[in-house]
Design a protein around this ligand. Structure first.
Ligand code: PFF
Length: 466
């Protein structure tokens, strides 16, 4: 471990990097938000807009972060100061993001563990009751234990290091996750159900709602909303502005093809998000009609889905178990990436070895994670956030990181690279002997002009201004 501090660790291969970064990108966002947004925002129309953004906006942000990470071999905390002395403050903001996200992500990871265990012991039916979720998260001890378990798993992987921990785990979990999603998606499509009014709905009809572009009642303002939703979702889904891609980039070898790797990460992330929709929308539609499609986030995952599994009859217990195993894998490969981002800052800036840095971060996550848990218990309060959501401590943390800090960090990154340092520095980093960067012109225009404007619109929408 001592040697790792001096000779910075690297992924063993380009594939190792791609699978770890894809593991980070594929997370709860793919499962609990993408399908909901797609169903709400006109099905195929949202998918199309999302895809265009992925190839332009997403590509630009992702390749910039991986590029500056590899170029400077630095953590998010120090990278900006190395690129330009006066921009050190951006490193501070950038490393704050994963530090704020980690504790509450572990709390949610704990909820996933709880549901996985409930289904494992064949008690999925319990989780289908209306009050189960609220009772569980507001209990005294259980949410703390499951959070601790999830944090301990994440910590263990990080202590094992980049190759033996992050890379090895991602190589095992990601293929399994993919197979599990395909299994559930296939099952969802085969469903049919006749409700008490004698109306029969099928999974295939649900799939049509998801895929066919719906232009009904499409106004300019609704189209604008779709654009903002797609952009926000993409931004979160690619794990940019969280320090993660800078960190993973810094572990990448010079002879790896960055352009190609970034494309592969995007394709995989989008494919999994798309398949999550094929898995969830037909199932929810079959059993609860279009009204069932109106929830996202924890409500969808922990309230709606258990009800759907219960409605499936005896096989629902097995499908529910596979489903929560899959969600757990997605959450774990994301949480390790967010913890690694913080750990790399401590190793880089304070010269701590991996074990010490990881333990410091774990204790910090434990303290703040406990506070987040208590937000549903003794520290309960209702807070209205500027974007209109009413929430608890978890929502406050989430708002600070996702809605305020992340757009700010990303705007800063675009301005620094686009105007101060020069986009060519990233292009030169991507272009190594025998490796050319595609979409160069597009990249320059995006990073200088379009991406900062889009991010600014995103920021305004988080403040509830537009
Ligand atoms: N890309 C992840 C997702 O879609 O869920 C975002 C993420 C969140 C990554 C939290 C890492 C993390 F800890």
């Amino acid at each position: 471990m001592e040697s790792e501090k001096k000779n910075k660790s690297t992924f063993s291969s380009t594939f190792g990097f791609v699978i770890a970064a894809a593991g980070s990108a594929v997370g709860l966002g793919n499962i609990w938000r993408f399908p909901y947004l797609a169903a709400k925002d006109g099905g195929g129309l949202f998918l199309l807009v999302y895809l265009i953004f992925a190839l332009t906006f997403g590509f630009t942000l992702l390749i910039t972060e991986v590029g500056i990470g590899r170029k400077t071999k630095s953590s998010p905390l120090t990278v900006y100061g190395k690129l330009s002395k006066n921009w050190k403050f951006l490193g501070f903001l950038a490393s704050l993001v994963p530090a704020v996200i980690l504790p509450y992500y572990c709390v949610i990871g704990g909820w996933v563990i709880q549901y996985f265990i409930v289904f494992l012991f064949g008690n999925g039916g319990l989780a289908a009751s209306d009050v189960y979720f609220t009772q569980f998260i507001s209990a005294n001890i259980n949410p703390l234990i499951t959070m601790l378990l999830f944090l301990a798993l994440t910590t263990y992987i990080i202590i094992r290091g980049v190759n033996k921990g992050i890379e090895s785990l991602s190589k095992i979990l990601m293929p399994i996750l993919f197979v599990l999603i395909i299994i559930i998606a296939g099952f969802s499509l085969s469903l049919h159900f006749t409700d008490s009014d004698g109306i029969t709905r099928t999974g295939i009809e649900g799939l049509m709602i998801y895929l066919i572009p719906n232009f009904d009642g499409l106004t300019l303002s609704k189209f604008f909303r779709i654009l903002v939703d797609a952009m926000g979702q993409l931004f979160f889904s690619l794990s940019v502005a969280m320090g993660i891609m800078i960190t993973y980039g810094s572990y990448m070898k010079k002879d790896s093809n960055l352009s190609k790797s970034v494309n592969q990460i995007e394709i995989f992330d989008t494919l999994v998000a798309f398949l999550a929709g094929v898995m969830i929308i037909p199932a929810v539609y079959t059993f609860s009609g279009t009204e069932g499609l109106s929830s996202s986030g924890p409500g969808l995952l922990f309230v709606t889905m258990p009800k759907i599994f219960a409605a499936m009859g005896p096989i629902g217990g097995v499908i529910g178990l596979i489903f929560f195993a899959m969600v757990l894998f997605a959450a774990l490969t994301s949480s390790i990436s967010i913890m690694e981002a913080v750990v790399s800052c401590l190793m880089d800036r304070f010269n701590h070895d991996r074990l010490k840095a990881t333990m410091i971060v774990a204790v910090m996550a434990l303290v703040f994670g406990t506070i987040v848990c208590l937000g549903y218990n003794s520290l309960y309060f209702e807070l209205t956030l500027p974007n209109g959501t009413v929430g608890q401590i978890l929502d406050l943390f989430d708002y600070i990181s996702n809605s305020v800090l992340m757009p700010l960090v990303s705007i800063g990154t675009c301005l620094l690279i686009g105007w101060k340092v020069s986009p060519n520095s990233v292009i030169e980093e991507v272009e190594q002997p025998g490796i050319k960067m595609g979409r160069k012109r597009l990249y320059i225009v995006m990073i200088k002009y379009i991406a900062p404007v889009l991010l600014f619109i995103l920021l305004l929408s988080s403040f509830g201004i537009i």
